[in-house]
Design a protein around this ligand. Structure first.
Ligand SMILES: Cc1ncc(COP(=O)(O)O)c(C=O)c1O
Length: 427
């Protein structure tokens, strides 16, 4: 593909990549918008890879990165720096009050989740990790072994042992064929059976996304996390919230834990932490889990100084007055408008989510999963200049929407207009 914006690329780039490249080459981004090499504009409703919390190239974050680059790009793991010290302090200040310690030695979500599991195993002296069916833990070999969806585990013959997969709190398609009003939270109660009959009997932790990200935007019913925490504490199991997609305002609260009113024993964060796309991750723990040897979980690029400078600015911005209110207001516009579309289009089975973490579940007339329709809708949306994704790494029937949190209500209306226009083209 030739590219006038970035130079004369006469060779086909597909011949160099070990995997199939996407067809579009992005060359510029600003806020919720990105432009490709042909000059086409997109409203990016998936925030890059769900990580551009403040959108493309937030000017204050870029300025912080530039200033830090002038002083010190990188410091080794045995040194303190101003930005790494400050970001740990900010994380403790804004997270649930019981989380008082930060491990800032991972670069991404997979390694942060593995670190959290290592800490839980070390702390409890136990083994298994309970993960919901639709849970996404990550891409490293252990994290991939823990992923809920078979497709993400099947290609690897030597999987890491110890994952115990349990039905998730997915009320729209309840595993136990119950309704939220009458179910008695079987999706918590029955975990006991999985522990007794399906695992090693030695459980270290539950690792759960409070709202599932790639798994279809599953929002647990009220009371679920209270029950789950009680279940965990009765068995001295560590409850870990993977807030890699949900943290820092995504759900309209600083953390999804705040929305659900539950304090997990540990929390992992990454993606949105640096606002405009630098790699960084953190594991937050209770005081009782402090005191590890740093070398037990520490990556060369973990706690990167430049990323930390970006994170300090990002965490300052998300705490400004009005920031979370904008997330709620723009999210409400999208939910109201998409639910209005649902009335005329039975292919939309459910519109669900919190803040700007939304999912649109597409269904067949018999209630089955409309997977092909979801892909067709996603492609139609892209033709209308809106970037979305399809759940469960493309195997699912839920269109995922996670625009940057700087999306204005006016842009939310524009996105909703295009959802309507794209739907009309599907017939
Ligand atoms: C909820 C969740 N956890 C973990 C990960 C893995 O993060 P990373 O790709 O940074 O390793 C992801 C990535 O999509 C995610 O969405």
């Amino acid at each position: 593909m030739s590219n006038t914006a970035t130079g004369d690329h006469t060779a086909d780039p597909q011949q160099f990549a070990q995997y199939r490249l996407g067809d579009t080459e992005l060359v510029r981004g600003e806020g919720v918008r990105a432009w490709d090499s042909t000059g086409r504009e997109y409203l990016d409703c998936v925030s890059g890879t769900f990580n551009l919390l403040l959108g493309y190239n937030h000017p204050e974050v870029i300025a912080a990165i530039r200033a830090q680059a002038g002083d010190l790009v990188f410091a080794g793991s045995s040194f303190q720096t101003g930005p790494t010290n400050r970001v740990m302090q900010q994380l403790v200040e804004i997270s649930p009050a019981n989380l008082t310690r930060v491990n800032l030695r991972s670069c991404g979500g997979s390694t942060a989740n593995e670190g959290a599991v290592k800490i839980a195993q070390h702390h409890t002296g136990r083994r298994d990790v309970i993960v919901p069916f639709r849970g996404h833990v990550g891409q490293t070999l252990a994290a991939a072994s823990f992923n809920g969806t078979t497709r993400m585990r099947a290609p690897f013959p030597h999987r890491f042992p110890g994952a115990l997969h349990v039905p998730d709190p997915y009320c729209y398609r309840c595993f136990y064929r119950q309704t939220p009003q009458t179910c008695g939270k079987l999706c918590v109660e029955r975990i006991e059976d999985f522990i007794t009959y399906a695992g090693s009997g030695s459980v270290a932790c539950v690792l759960i996304e409070p709202v599932s990200g790639v798994g279809g935007n599953v929002v647990p019913p009220p009371g679920y996390f209270q029950e789950l925490k009680r279940f965990c504490e009765e068995r001295e199991i560590i409850l870990i919230f993977d807030e890699i997609q949900t943290a820092f305002g995504r759900t309209g609260e600083m953390f999804a834990a705040d929305h659900f009113g539950v304090q997990p024993h540990m929390m992992t964060v990454s993606k949105g932490l640096t606002g405009s796309g630098l790699p960084l991750a953190a594991i937050l723990t209770e005081e009782r889990m402090a005191g590890w040897d740093r070398s037990l979980h520490s990556f060369t690029y973990g706690g990167h100084t430049l990323s930390a400078a970006a994170a300090v600015k990002t965490l300052e911005i998300v705490q400004r007055p009005g920031f979370l209110e904008n997330v709620r207001a723009s999210g409400a516009v999208l939910v109201d408008r998409l639910r209005a579309l649902q009335k005329d289009h039975p292919v939309i089975g459910e519109v669900r989510g919190l803040g700007l973490m939304l999912g649109v579940e597409l269904v067949k007339p018999d209630g089955g999963k409309a997977v092909e329709e979801a892909h067709a809708y996603q492609r139609a949306l892209e033709r209308h200049g809106v970037l979305t994704r399809v759940s469960e790494h493309g195997l699912g029937n839920v269109i995922e929407l996670r625009p940057p949190l700087v999306l204005t209500p006016a842009d939310a209306h524009l996105v909703a207009d295009r959802f309507g226009e794209a739907l009309e083209t599907l017939g």
